[in-house]
Design a binder for this molecule. Structure first.
Ligand code: NAG
Ligand code: NAG
Ligand code: NAG
Length: 429
């Protein structure tokens, strides 16, 4: 036994080496006819698209979706997926982008070679984004009928899919995993695709909307809290389409958020907008003109879900909202007329515990009073002291009749209410 071992080991090694070598060389490659390298140059499409963007469509497409370079500001391009039929008179909308944080320039390239990696490189050759699928057996790329761009192997398995990397939009059939493993993040503005301050995550089975704040994002919508119950099943939440009565009516749902349409609404998407609203757009592919309809708006008095005055981005950086409209700018000198430039007061450096000045705004509420537990029953002086102690506190909400106190790490919008004893104190220095 002992004598035969040394002779066997090299053979075993040779065997392992050969099988490893065979495995490496056997990795499938993209057939020559399906490889491409496209340069971002030349004429723009003459068709209109969302955000007044210009675009150049690329070779990857499927159904009513197509990969394209688009820009809203000169020489600053996104690689995105366009939704809408090429020949239609209606707008084409942007439902996904690869490189939100890193726009590319004229002459950037998108490359899909033998190794099966989809690579976006800027004009100087810098790699800006890729699917990270080199030498994993990818043999092709396509966009499925539902708008999911997939890289697949020879058995048809998806080794990468755009549905796993949502930006600000979910298409029908697309899911968000629980516990915030992936989330929707709004665009900064219509012309700026980089990540904005609003996000949607599925925390415990239902959608929660957050606005950025320090030290952590603050909830401004929680459907479980609103409906008083949660979905029974936990796990990824899918934006779904179904027809309860064989194509007489159609329903779209995302957890407890749902809407009904009168026509086939399978071409729909759910979007977190630059001002923090949650909307559904539905595309009617049978018509050429006015094919899009906004079939759902979350912060809308008409849908009776949430007043627009609870939408974090309703009145820009800071405003007073009454009957769904921005009506004023609460300043230390009193309320002035509302404009886009309304903003919280500028303050000097903060020292925790140092006494700050505040001004009072009467008869207002805030989304924090809806979705956050109060600090407890404390005097207004104690509430102020706690806000002084916390440099992230920009002001506080106080209900005089019940002595409830909420510290506010974000101000954004104050909703006018009838009760004069619901007040806000805004830190001004
Ligand atoms: C793009 O590349 C072409 C050459 O392929 C060059 O003529 C053109 O000037 C470049 N455009 C820009 C904006 O750099
Ligand atoms: C949403 O609301 C429910 C019910 O009030 C609550 O249990 C849950 O913690 C809330 N989620 C978040 C993230 O605030
Ligand atoms: C309903 O519409 C869907 C999508 O257009 C279609 O796939 C399905 O066959 C239709 N069902 C019936 C019963 O007509």
């Amino acid at each position: 036994m002992a004598a035969s071992l040394p002779r066997r080991v090299p053979i075993l090694f040779l065997f392992i080496f050969l099988s490893f070598f065979a495995a490496v060389t056997a990795i499938d490659k993209v057939p020559v006819k399906d490889r491409f390298r496209e340069v971002n140059q030349g004429e723009f499409s003459e068709h209109s698209s969302e955000y007044f963007a210009n675009y150049r469509a690329l070779v990857v497409y499927g159904n009513i979706f197509q990969l394209a370079f688009y820009n809203t500001t000169p020489n600053s391009f996104m690689l995105g997926i366009r939704m809408g039929v090429a020949r239609s008179e209606s707008l084409r909308r942007w439902v996904w982008q690869a490189n939100r944080n890193r726009p590319v320039r004229e002459n950037a390239t998108v490359f899909f070679g033998a190794d099966g990696n989809l690579v976006l490189a800027d004009a100087d050759g810098t790699v800006v984004w890729s699917t990270g699928t080199a030498n994993k057996g990818v043999v092709g790329i396509t966009i499925l009928d539902n708008g999911n761009m997939v890289l697949y192997d020879k058995k048809g398995r998806y080794l990468w899919q755009s549905f796993d990397y949502p930006t600000d939009t979910l298409l029908v059939g697309q899911s968000l995993p629980t516990r915030g493993a992936a989330k929707l993040v709004s665009r900064r503005s219509a012309t700026d695709a980089s990540p904005g301050i609003y996000s949607l995550a599925v925390d415990s089975g239902d959608p929660i909307l957050y606005v950025d704040a320090s030290p952590k994002p603050v909830v401004y919508y929680n459907s479980t809290g609103d409906f008083g119950f949660s979905r029974r099943t936990k796990g990824p939440l899918t934006f779904e389409w179904y027809s309860p009565d064989d194509n007489v009516t159609f329903e779209l749902s995302f957890g407890l958020i749902r809407t009904v349409t009168k026509y086939d609404s399978i071409y729909s998407f759910l979007r977190l907008t630059p001002d923090g609203d949650l909307v559904i757009y539905t595309y009617d592919d049978r018509v050429d003109y006015k094919a899009w309809e906004k079939t759902f708006v979350l912060f809308d008095a008409d849908t009776e879900l949430r007043s627009a005055c609870y939408k974090a981005g309703r009145c820009g950086a800071f405003g007073l909202c009454e009957r769904e409209m921005c009506t004023g700018c609460p300043t230390p000198k009193g309320t002035t007329g509302w404009s886009d430039s309304c903003a919280p007061p500028k303050r000097g450096p903060c020292r925790p515990g140092a006494s700050s000045s505040y001004y009072k705004v009467a008869a207002v509420e805030h989304f924090i009073t809806v979705y956050r537990a109060a600090e407890g029953v404390v005097s207004v002086g104690e509430c102020r002291r706690r806000c002084n102690a916390d440099c992230n506190c920009l002001g506080f909400l106080y209900w005089e009749e019940s002595s409830q106190c909420w510290l506010a790490p974000v101000l954004s919008v104050l909703k006018k209410v009838a009760n004069p004893r619901h007040v806000a104190y805004i830190k001004s220095s």
